[in-house]
Design a binder for this molecule. Structure first.
Ligand code: GCV
Length: 726
């Protein structure tokens, strides 16, 4: 090949890459910060014109990061390098800053947007039109810049802007269940992104990109290690590594937090006890907190899993959760740190219903926690099941801040082979009416402190991030990270709007792609509920690994790890009676909620078997028998995956070939697994109902024993050499 033709080819390749041609590969590393070229030429010209000049003196690291993001975004999307200006050129300038800079232009930034809020508006300054991004703090500027770039990513006009936004929640935190050996508990996207061995010496570009991505959706905290914590994390050796991460995160307004093991004073400090009321223990934690802050002056605080699933805690010394949390809170208070104390507790004395335990233990402690403690409550009472009713603690502790805990990693939603967009799950829980403060006291309003302004507020998401090239394992799992940030910022945002933005930012602005894909995203969680656990079934997955169906599990380590404990299928029927004739867990809810769910006339189908044990022939509102309805849902669930993958096939050529093909293959895996779930569960429950499966449905390819006896080796999400099977 001649010299010129080679050069010509290279230039062509570069050009094609720049225009984001779908013929080329994209491994998904850039997440929703793809910064695709603006495809509409008129719009691109208008953007370039309005953004020709920039006034953005960036003195601090945060402002420098914001400026660099702005310039990168504009260059990538518009091939634009705005000129640094000192004065405004009419209609062609963007001006960005905090009150300090803006006062020289006589612009005041309203207090109402708070410390982290921002304004983006078209305005006149001295008769000259310009775009203004203003905030009260450097981090507010970062949020403003990311949101301004988003407008271009989703191809909105920037001619008449008037946006004012601020976070509704104070602490918006990702919880990593990452172990120090780089395994990730319930992680399905490869090993931990934290390379503890190379830290603090090596700062991986990933840490910076992680922080950028978080900041772009307003996440302001990261708990970097597993709640099943290793005491070593508090050793000086590891604190240096944590410090290195904190230094990266700080630039993007993210505080670092640590999960701590309650027995650390014994394991690390050599004390004889970890009793929270023991003076030596208190001193140990006070000294440890002082030491941590000497490394990391803006350290966020501790996350604690205590007296749950074998973790040590204050109850081991006859003390309460409040005693334990308050002791740590005292140690952190002088430095303004907080304690996130988890309410996910259930002990080894098996109660009549695990559903009730967190409420029973925590409700009596309402008002007994120090001001810098927030109790972190999972969205539902059992454990991140495909569908759960909202946790009865929401609304039951009016004098205690409650932090929502959602799970982004898909432990019970198909790992990283199933496309499940979780924003509808978040919204379902957050918009649930607790009635504890009268009609309209939704979970969202409870946790954001609408009824008690004194409380600190927050939302946590168990991260779905790993060292996979695309961060989350499934290209669409990135949407759950994104949606978590957006929801924590403002829980009133609709899942549809969030999906729309995410699709345009991540893939393409092509309506022929966005519209059908958004439709199936919004349906995807319900599909998975249908083929895994319809009508309120829960906890029927494989034991230990939590992979695949396991409704037959009846010999796990403890009764409340068995599927049979939850579905209670027998020849008479199926479901957990939580009404007065059963465990009476419904009394933990406000009377209005209890009344609705305990009456068969008003209990929605989605929650039916959460609260009722019903006969197989029970007549559903559809007119079908309960058995037929169950079968119908299982088949509908698997069928919907088939439909989803048909829609996806039509997307070929609309996005890059690499992600198209990856998703296509994943959907085939999902379909196979959905069919497995369907057939295994239907055949298993049929052994009790003894009722037929309509002949129009495809028959299971295998008998029930095939599913019961299938072993899965080295299932991801469990540390070490454990190749547990179910
Ligand atoms: C981190 C479930 C998971 C555990 C997890 C626990 C928790 O039980 O299976 O892996 O432990 O929840 O939230 O603490």
């Amino acid at each position: 090949m001649g010299k010129y033709s080679l050069k010509y080819l290279c230039v062509l390749m570069l050009l094609l890459l720049k225009t984001g041609s779908s013929a080329f590969a994209d491994n998904g590393y850039k997440l929703w910060l793809e910064y695709n070229k603006v495809g509409n030429p008129q719009l691109a010209v208008a953007y370039r014109q309005q953004l020709s000049y920039v006034i953005f003196p960036a003195a601090s690291d945060r402002l420098k990061a914001a400026k660099s993001e702005l310039l990168t975004g504009l260059d990538e999307m518009l091939t634009l390098k705005p000129v640094d200006a000192k004065s405004i050129i009419n209609g062609q300038t963007i001006i960005i800053g905090t009150p300090q800079l803006l006062k020289s232009f006589s612009i005041a930034v309203p207090d109402s947007i708070g410390g982290e809020g921002y304004l983006i508006k078209t305005t006149l300054i001295g008769q000259k039109k310009c775009i203004l991004i203003a905030a009260n703090s450097d981090v507010g500027v970062i949020y403003g810049v990311f949101n301004f770039l988003k407008l271009i990513q989703i191809n909105q006009s920037i001619s008449k802007l008037n946006i004012s936004d601020h976070p509704r929640m104070m602490y918006r935190v990702l919880d990593h269940w990452d172990n120090l050996n780089r395994t990730v508990e319930r992680g399905y996207a490869g090993s931990s992104i934290w390379n503890w061995h190379k830290l603090p010496g090596v700062i991986d570009q990933r840490y910076i990109d992680y922080a950028r991505a978080n900041a772009s959706v307003g996440i302001n905290g990261s708990v970097v290690n597993n709640v099943n914590a290793d005491a070593l994390i508090l050793s000086p050796q590891y604190l240096l590594k944590v410090q290195a991460l904190a230094n990266v995160f700080r630039t993007y307004g993210i505080k670092i937090y640590l999960s701590v093991k309650f027995s650390s004073p014994v394991e690390l400090g050599g004390l004889k006890t970890a009793d929270p009321l023991d003076p030596a223990v208190k001193k140990w934690w006070t000294d440890k907190a002082d030491e941590i802050y000497s490394y990391i002056p803006d350290f966020g605080g501790f996350l604690v899993k205590a007296n749950s699933e074998g973790q040590p805690g204050p109850q081991s010394y006859g003390r309460t959760h409040a005693d334990g949390a308050n002791m740590l809170a005292d140690a952190l208070a002088p430095h303004h740190g907080i304690v996130m104390w988890r309410a996910f507790v259930y002990d080894n004395k098996v109660p009549d219903d695990r559903f009730k335990q967190a409420y029973n233990e925590f409700k009596p402690l309402d008002g007994k926690f120090k001001d810098n403690v927030i109790v972190q409550v999972k969205n539902g009472p059992i454990d991140f099941q495909p569908r759960e009713p909202f946790h009865p603690l929401f609304g039951a502790m009016p004098n205690t801040p409650l932090m929502m805990e959602f799970q982004l990693t898909q432990e019970y939603l198909g790992f990283s082979t199933h496309l499940v967009y979780e924003a509808p799950l978040f919204a379902e829980c957050l918009q649930s009416d607790t009635y504890t403060r009268g009609k309209g006291s939704t979970v969202a309003r409870i946790i954001r402190g609408d009824f008690n302004k004194k409380l600190i507020t927050g939302m946590a998401g168990v991260a779905n991030i790993g060292a996979d090239l695309n961060w989350c394992g499934h290209p669409f799992a990135q949407a759950n990270w994104y949606a978590f940030g957006r929801t924590a910022w403002n829980s009133d945002q609709s899942p549809a709007v969030i999906a729309d933005d995410w699709l345009r930012m991540t893939f393409t602005d092509d309506e022929n792609f966005v519209s059908p894909v958004k439709k199936f995203m919004l349906q995807s969680r319900e599909n998975t509920v249908n083929y895994m656990a319809p009508l309120g079934l829960h906890h029927i997955m494989g034991v230990s690994t939590h992979y695949g169906p396991g409704p037959w599990v009846d010999n796990a380590g403890r009764p409340d790890w068995n599927a049979t404990y939850y579905h209670k299928a027998d020849s008479a029927g199926i479901g957990f009676d939580r009404t007065a004739t059963g465990s009476n867990a419904l009394t933990q809810y406000a009377p209005e909620v209890k009344a609705r769910w305990e009456s068969l006339q008003t209990c929605p189908d989605e929650y039916l078997l959460w609260f009722h044990h019903l006969s197989w022939t029970y007549k559903m509102s559809s007119g079908r028998s309960l058995w037929d309805e169950l079968v119908y849902h299982y088949y509908a669930g698997a069928e919907s995956v088939k439909q989803m993958s048909r829609t996806w096939e039509k997307m070929e050529g609309k996005i890059d070939a690499e992600r198209f093909s990856e998703v296509k293959q994943l959907m085939q895996v999902q379909l196979n697994e959905a069919i497995t779930w369907r057939d295994a569960c239907v055949l298993y429950f049929q052994t009790f109902s003894k009722m037929p499966i309509e002949t129009t449905y495809p028959k299971s390819q295998h008998p029930l024993d095939y599913y019961r006896n299938t072993k899965f080796y080295y299932v991801p999400g469990i540390g070490g050499n454990n190749y547990m099977t179910n």
